[in-house]
Design a protein around this ligand. Structure first.
Ligand SMILES: [Cu+2]
Length: 231
């Protein structure tokens, strides 16, 4: 997160900023947004920071995504719960290191995603020991998406989109969400020995090639994404 963003969000009023829109595109989009910013629902500053584009403007897709991100549940977990992110279920998951794929073969699945897998992979996701793997799931599957932020100095988030790479520095501006609630809002960096964990549930209703990416500014453009195949 660049220092240039600092100080812009210190009073939470950015969401109400009418009048500063410099094009018709953002007209009316800010109204009613205050209700999404419920206090006490965890740290919102990462999400707010992410939405900034210099003039406080958001488009309709971003607003919709914001609402869905609000649906994600966030909690704080300890080291023992973190371990569950690494333990592969006895059945229903096929890991192939050679092809860097993780296939989930059941209809009701949990995809545990770690941000970030290691110190030297700052802009990547980890799934069962693989880095930015291609995730394969069944069409129609009910997916519980889990994200834990293991990073001690950055926010991370995840969303599923049909928009292929390369991504711009603000993916929320260009990448649309693929399925309802297929996203987790930005999770705060981890305090010592504790980790922010987010979850959300969606149905992978339509087969196709998708991508999962981190919607925090500059992360997807730096490689924080992977492919998701719904078949
Ligand atoms: Cu990230």
């Amino acid at each position: 997160m660049g220092n240039k963003q600092k100080g812009m969000m210190n009073n939470g009023t950015m969401m109400q900023g009418q009048g500063s829109m410099n094009s018709g595109q953002g007209k009316g989009m800010m109204q009613g947004s205050g209700s999404m910013m419920k206090p006490g629902q965890g740290n919102m500053s990462g999400m707010m920071r992410m939405m900034q584009n210099g003039n406080g403007m958001m488009n309709k897709d971003m607003m919709q995504m914001m609402r869905m991100m609000q649906n994600s549940k966030v909690s704080i977990i300890g080291k023992s719960q973190l371990k569950t992110f690494y333990s592969v279920p006895k059945e229903g998951v096929v890991i192939n290191k050679k092809t860097n794929t993780v296939e989930f073969t059941k209809d009701n699945i949990v995809i545990p995603i770690i941000a970030t897998p290691s110190e030297d992979k700052m802009f990547a996701f980890g799934v069962y020991g693989l880095v930015n793997p291609t995730i394969i799931i069944k069409a129609g599957a009910t997916v519980k998406l889990l994200l834990v932020n293991k990073d001690n100095d950055m926010y991370h988030a995840v969303m599923i989109t049909k928009t292929p790479p390369p991504y711009k520095n603000m993916p929320m501006m260009s990448a649309k969400i693929a399925f309802q609630n297929a996203c987790i809002r930005p999770l705060n960096k981890s305090p010592n020995g504790k980790y922010y964990e987010g979850e959300n549930e969606f149905r992978a209703s339509t087969p196709g090639t998708y991508y999962y990416l981190c919607q925090v500014q500059d992360h997807a453009s730096k490689g924080m994404y992977g492919k998701l195949i719904v078949k």
